[in-house]
Each structure stands twice: as structure tokens, then as C-alpha cells.
Design a protein around this ligand. Structure first.
Ligand code: ADP
Length: 207
């Protein structure tokens, strides 16, 4: 019997360094299932969510190329929780379905550790039962804001106010830490030091 693959749920607030940790784990041999990338895929031109988005929100929700207009919908969703729920009800089931498909494929291919990068793991509750352990990347809110402002420099719509609103709309640090089996405190830490912590974790994950 082959060993079952370990299923690690990776989460963290925006700017925590979650994607960086995901990349480092992949560098150590983990297979990544990226919920955000899947959400982008289903909202790209011809994606599985596009018809329903156009039906419920009208063609103004799409760009000229037929993708969901992400910046526009993000702003609408922030200003109206009903819009946010409506949009999530379209996109989340499609993301779950595709994540399961990618997981089965990786497990069948013999992957020993599958990392689910799930920004809303804590918020949406339904993921926990599919995971063996939850890894949370944590940092202070000031660090989150500084990192996101630097990363998104020059992109329209990414004001400090918007970043603060995104953080307010996400689970609190305490909620996230409450859901964690393992935590990386990625604050005041060089990228090298972060890499060392991830290397130690990777060996615990059988990588
Ligand atoms: P998230 O996926 O949580 O939004 P990212 O992994 O994209 O966050 O990190 C946000 C930004 O901060 C990126 O530009 C990344 O390179 C940088 N970053 C993350 N952790 C560190 C660190 N320990 N030292 C320096 N820069 C970091």
C-alpha cells in the first residue's frame, strides 16, 4: 500500500507571505493546489463561472475580452456583502470541484504532500474536514499593509484604504491562529530565515 498523501491547508491574511511559503514548499517537492489560481481560471475568458456571472451581474461585470472584471467586482463586493455572497456562491463550488480533481490526480501520481493554498480557509469553514493539518502564515497588520502596498505599487485601485478594507473583510489574526495546527510567524524575518523554517517543516511533512 502506498502511503496516503498528507493534505496541508495553507492560509494567511493578504500580505502574510502565504504565496511565498507555498512556493518554498513546492521547491521542496510538495504539490500545490492553488485555490486563487483556480478562481482566476474559472473567471478567465471562457471559464466555468463566466456565463453565470454575466447572467447574474450583467455584461458590465466582464472585461472586453470576456473575463470577469476582477477590480470592478472586488470593489462592488466590498461595498455590498450581498454581492460578495452572490459572487462566492458562483465561484466557490467550482473552486472546490477543481481542487478535488487536482488533489486526486496528484495523489494518484504518488505525491506525498499536497499543499492546498486557500486564502479563505478559515472564513469558509468547509475546507477543514478535507485537510490533515492547517498551516497558518501570520504577521502584524502593519507588515501586511506595507507588503501589499509595495507588491501592488502602480496597480489602480490598490490604495491603502482598499488594502485595510480587504484585511477587515478577512478573518482576524486570532481566528486564523485559532484554526492553526502549525504557525509560521513571518514578521521581521529575512527571506532566508523564512526558507529555513519552511525547510524544517518540509521534513515534518515527509518532503
Ligand atoms: P500573500 O500570498 O500572503 O498575499 P506574498 O507571499 O505574496 O503574500 O508576500 C507579499 C510580499 O511580501 C511579496 O512581495 C513577498 O516577496 C514579500 N515577503 C513575504 N515574506 C517576506 C519576508 N520574510 N521578507 C521579505 N519579503 C517578504
Amino acid at each position: 500500500m502506498p502511503f496516503a498523501a498528507q493534505r496541508i491547508g495553507l492560509t494567511g491574511g493578504i500580505g502574510s507571505g502565504k504565496s511565498t511559503v507555498a512556493r518554498l514548499l513546492v521547491g521542496r517537492g510538495a504539490t500545490l493546489v492553488d485555490a486563487d489560481a483556480i478562481a482566476r481560471q474559472v473567471t478567465a475568458p471562457g471559464g466555468a463561472a463566466i456565463n453565470e456571472i454575466a447572467r447574474q451581474f450583467g455584461s458590465a461585470a466582464l472585461t472586453a475580452s470576456g473575463a470577469m472584471d476582477r477590480d470592478r467586482m472586488r470593489l462592488l463586493a466590498f461595498n455590498d456583502p450581498a454581492v460578495r455572497r452572490q459572487l462566492e456562491a458562483i465561484i466557490h463550488p467550482l473552486v472546490s470541484q477543481e481542487s478535488s480533481r487536482q488533489y486526486s490526480q496528484a495523489a494518484q501520481a504518488g505525491s506525498s504532500c499536497i499543499v492546498f493554498d486557500i486564502p479563505l480557509l478559515v472564513e469558509s469553514g468547509r475546507w477543514r474536514q478535507q485537510l490533515d493539518r492547517v498551516l497558518v502564515v501570520d504577521c502584524s497588520e502593519a507588515t501586511q499593509i506595507a507588503r501589499v502596498m509595495a507588491r501592488e505599487l502602480g496597480r489602480s485601485g490598490w490604495t491603502r484604504e482598499v488594502v485595510e478594507k480587504i484585511i477587515d473583510g478577512q478573518a482576524s489574526r486570532a481566528q486564523r491562529l485559532g484554526a492553526a495546527d502549525i504557525c509560521i510567524y513571518n514578521d521581521g524575518l529575512s527571506l532566508e530565515a523564512l526558507g529555513l523554517q519552511v525547510a524544517q517543516l518540509a521534513s515534518r511533512f515527509g518532503l
